[in-house]
Design a protein around this ligand. Structure first.
Ligand code: KIV
Ligand code: ZN
Length: 530
């Protein structure tokens, strides 16, 4: 089945592996992540530039925010198929359809578990009922649209014969993609491949639809299991940028894409991914979610192309391929040499941002320009990486609709405990100040923010990094905190590390408060997808 126009010369459509991105659905279910509509749109636009085939934009029934995010993406993002997730109820499917229907290429993805452990303990129903629900769900979705995907959740722990019966019913009702999830990351590659091979035997109709895999990384095998699936005949892989997702996450999109790209000569398979957009997509997702990428992460980790041992450095200097199987520029690293300085004007900034793919005008451009000038005053050269961090940082503060940092002052000395005073704008309007004498200057600022907001947030994670190399590099801080059991993540960027930390803390606090209010207002969905 062809999904995007055009097969490049020398390649055949049957060897194309479709990339189904679930960063904004499964990825967004990671603890502490809460993206606002603007952030989801920004990520979706970048995923379109990256060339993914399908964007699973969210789970529309889960909350009004989820619905609006999926709808905005369906209305504004062109290119990929835009998909909404639904359980089997009519209510879920109607919400998913209503959220995606404005897309030129809508899809509804419905799922129900086929493992006995889920049927008995979670759904508390029978196999017969599961078959009935799957049939009714696909039939109901098909009234609205042709592109319906069905997943038997927890399939890798389910009875293959029963899963086959459910899959057959879904195909009979018109599902055009059947996705086999390893929901809890339990599978091992040979076993998973054998499961898929048996499904093909039991359901020959699977050859008429797209078979897909969705693997979680609980045992670190998500990419290996996805590859086993591809070799067994799957032509869609569900994955997420930076491998984010429930628990240990999903198969990492960049690893799947570069695996198929690098090993195309032996595997003979290809994707529509524009690999030079990978690094930038990874940075955007990391910044907006507050989930930092581990330094040694394949493809997008800071050290993925770094050589420490002398013998390796020697080899690479003589011939890159001695110790590198990929060229860093292929994934979009080191490719942008754009530099602005303190004399650059608004026009130069707007042009540079446009070249980098940011559509920014009006008030947002004014704010970006103000922050650019502040940074350019302290930093000789402002690079593409700096601009990207700044603009994403500004995006983060729009629309969270919570607290905002007005100013702070800190007295730090080795002779007495540090003291901080802060002023915070409140969501309901007006500002309040707070002060605190803490263990260190950053601790004092965080506690002073708690005093000003009246919220006893507890810090659970704090990381500092630099956007670029060099002494005058922009600092980037990531904070995860907890407010009454609800987590929130936030990031901040500044030339001053305390400023970056305070911004990150206020954002994380706003996210946690917004999440806890939303949970109380709507109640969480009864069953969360994996
Ligand atoms: O992990 C899982 O099973 C899921 C399904 C909804 C596809 O996320
Ligand atoms: Zn999942």
């Amino acid at each position: 089945m062809s999904i995007s126009p055009g097969t490049p010369p020398g390649r055949s459509e049957s060897d194309r592996v479709l990339i189904f991105d679930t960063t904004l659905r499964d990825g967004e279910q990671s603890p502490g992540i809460s993206l606002n509509k603007q952030e989801k749109l920004e990520i979706a636009q970048q995923l379109a530039r990256l060339g993914v085939d399908v964007i699973e934009a969210g789970f529309p029934i889960a909350s009004p925010g989820d619905f609006e995010g999926v709808q905005a993406i369906a209305q504004e993002v062109e290119g990929p198929v835009i998909c909404g997730l639904a359980r089997t109820s009519h209510q879920d499917i109607d919400a998913a359809w209503n959220a995606v229907k404005d897309s030129g290429r809508p899809r509804v993805h419905t799922f129900i578990s086929t493992s006995d452990i889920h049927i008995e303990h979670q759904l508390q129903t029978t196999r017969e009922d599961v078959i009935g629900q799957a049939r009714a769900a696909v039939a109901h979705a098909k009234q609205y649209l042709d592109d319906v995907e069905f997943s038997p959740m927890d399939a890798s722990r389910a009875d293959v014969e029963f899963t086959a019966a459910v899959v057959q019913v879904a195909i009979d009702e018109g599902a055009v993609t059947i996705n086999i999830p390893d929901t809890v990351g339990y599978a091992i590659p040979q076993e998973f491949a054998a499961f898929l091979a048996r499904l093909y035997e039991l359901v020959p109709d699977l050859h008429r639809v797209v078979l897909s895999v969705h693997c979680h990384d609980d045992l670190g095998l998500a990419v290996a299991n996805s590859l086993a699936g591809i070799e067994a005949g799957c032509r869609q892989v569900e994955c997420a940028i930076n491998g984010i997702g429930e628990r240990a996450g999903n198969a990492s999109l960049e690893e799947i894409a570069m695996l198929l790209h690098t090993r195309e000569p032996s595997l003979g398979l290809w994707t529509g991914i524009e690999t030079t957009e990978i690094a930038r997509t990874s940075r955007l997702v990391s910044r907006l979610t507050g989930y930092q990428v581990q330094p040694n992460k394949a493809i997008v980790g800071r050290n993925a192309f770094a050589h420490e041992a002398g013998i390796h450095q020697d080899g690479v200097l003589k011939e890159r391929t001695t110790y590198e199987i990929m060229d860093a520029t292929t994934v979009g690293l080191n490719s942008n040499s754009l530099v602005l300085g303190k004399h650059s004007g608004r026009h130069a900034l707007s042009k540079a941002l446009e070249e980098m793919g940011f559509e920014i005008d009006g008030q947002a451009l004014n704010t970006a320009f103000k922050r650019f000038k502040e940074i350019a005053d302290r930093k000789k050269h402002v690079t593409a990486m700096d601009l990207e961090a700044l603009v994403t940082d500004e995006l983060r503060s729009e629309d969270i609709g919570g607290f905002a940092l007005d100013w702070f002052e800190v007295e730090a000395s080795s002779l007495r405990p540090p003291h901080a005073k802060v002023s915070v704008t409140l969501p309901e309007g007006g500002s309040r100040t707070g002060s605190f004498t803490g263990d260190g200057p950053i601790d004092a600022v965080f506690q002073a923010i708690n005093v000003a907001t009246g919220i006893a947030a507890k810090l659970s994670d704090f990381t500092i990094g630099a956007v670029t190399e060099g002494q005058d590099a922009l600092g980037e801080v990531s904070v995860v905190l907890e407010v009454q059991g609800v987590t929130g993540a936030g990031q901040g960027v500044s030339t001053d590390i305390i400023d970056a930390a305070a911004r990150a803390y206020v954002r994380a606090l706003s996210v946690a408060v917004a999440r806890s209010r939303a949970d109380q207002a709507i109640g969480l969905p009864e069953v969360s997808p994996g």
